[in-house]
Design a protein around this ligand. Sequence first.
Ligand code: F6P
Length: 563
Amino acid sequence: MTFNRDRVALDALDTRLTQIARRLLPGATGAAEGNSVTLKALFADDSERTERLSLSVGELHLDYSKSLIDSEGLAALTKLAEASGMQGAISALFRGAKINQSEGRAALHTSLRSPESANAPHSALVSETLASLREFVDRVHSGEWTGYSGQTIDTVVNLGIGGSDLGPAMVVDALADFALNRPRVRFVSNVDPAHLARTLKGLDPATTLFIIASKTFGTLETLANARAARDWLVAASDEAAVARHFVAVSANIHAASDFGIEASNIFPLWDWVGGRFSLWSAIGLPIALGIGFEAFEELLGGAYAMDRHFETAPLHENLPVVSALLAFWYRQYGASPSTAVVPYSQDLSLFPAYLQQLYMESLGKSMSREGAALPFKTSEIIWGSAGTNGQHSYFQQLHQGTEFTPVEFIACATASVDGGDERHRQLLANCLSQSMALMNGDETSADVGADNWEPQKTIAGNRPSTTLLLKQLTPQNLGALTALYEHKVFALSVLWNINAFDQWGVELGKRLSKEVYAALSESAGSLTNQENIEAAASVESASTLDASTRALVQKISSWNTPR
Ligand code: F6P
């Protein structure tokens, strides 16, 4: 399906926004040397700017007044959202239209957090699955679920990658202060054997439960790790132990059963839930095990509140839409190649990594929804890490580098640990002062007196940022924050006319890795098992590799003398 785009209005608005950008955005096409309107001037001209350019939803508050935008620009951007068919696209998302047209699927992650009474699409299926998850979680927590030796489970290891890892891992880490005493939850994603080996070190097979989290149950990394984990368990017990120590979350029930997992321990997922939008589904099982089912439900509740806002708020007051419009503005008209997302919260240190998949796997596309080459740049690069650490590494570039990078600061008003108030104030002071420094710069330190001028000390300022404040990092607020970014990504996809829900670019690498794996196995002389023979057969011969890759394969094997 396509969204209702008003081509004529979009072209006119594009011309209008290009003109506005010339006076506001560094790097805009046709902008005069030095922009005529600066952030400082925008504040000086409008005493109510902060009030007007701020939005609150529940316990989330966005101040976007330090953005390089004025009233005229905001009005034109809102019109652009209208002309892009935003309102219709939002309705299509929630009602379950097949908006992922390249795969013929709906994208109904919002149904996963709708209460049954709201009667969202698939609500009965969602409730049924939540009930079975709750029952399982209760059995683990109560100690009724035991391992092969009759002991209770004290550690859960989630084996999954991409959307089957990043979302739940981010939430479990962010909400560590809500963690129950037992079980502790660990995540293994990388096929690098070091990841599993390090995680299993010191664990007792008799008290460890594995979740194989894979929507397709066909992902190489996850299956390789699952097989290695099973070997580790069986070495300490026997095959019969597998059923007590492995559960799965998957849309591919057959493959999960073939692995040896009992049907009652396979929690379903459906094709209308995209991997990177799946933490609200049974993929969230490690979250519920780690922080308890009630807290998991609060997370869903927070996301649901953001869903309601996204579906009903007018576009100019719609937090995800306004956030998307600002990102679009910088990327489309300011030639800004990246955005830094900097949570001033150690608890949210995995948030940028989670966001990278959500954002760039969704928006890193160069074809329109209709399959035409897009004549403009799409997704900017998302990067960042927890503050204040970033201040002592890449912030130099943010302040004095040759390109401007919009910064999204995220901070929590209250400390997450008892007795940490004073240091938390230091943290917040650093966050707020960085956005001030980016905006105001410093023209005076360069003047060191006695006719001495040290230009390298000049900080020009006029660099934009937004600050998103959470009252506190609770499950509810984390749910709202995460849903905010999900909807921002969707709103951006509507503005760029992109399908946010497929990821064909990832598939090529998966295919090629089989060819290279066959070549590596061949040169290591280890084509002994069925898996390698199949891999080799699929490519016929490693000679299909290019010269550079072939040489690298040879170098690796020459350095891999048999142990
Ligand atoms: O990396 C591509 C991808 O398909 C992601 O979209 C997905 O989240 C991840 O692989 C894992 O897939 P699965 O859950 O099927 O193992």
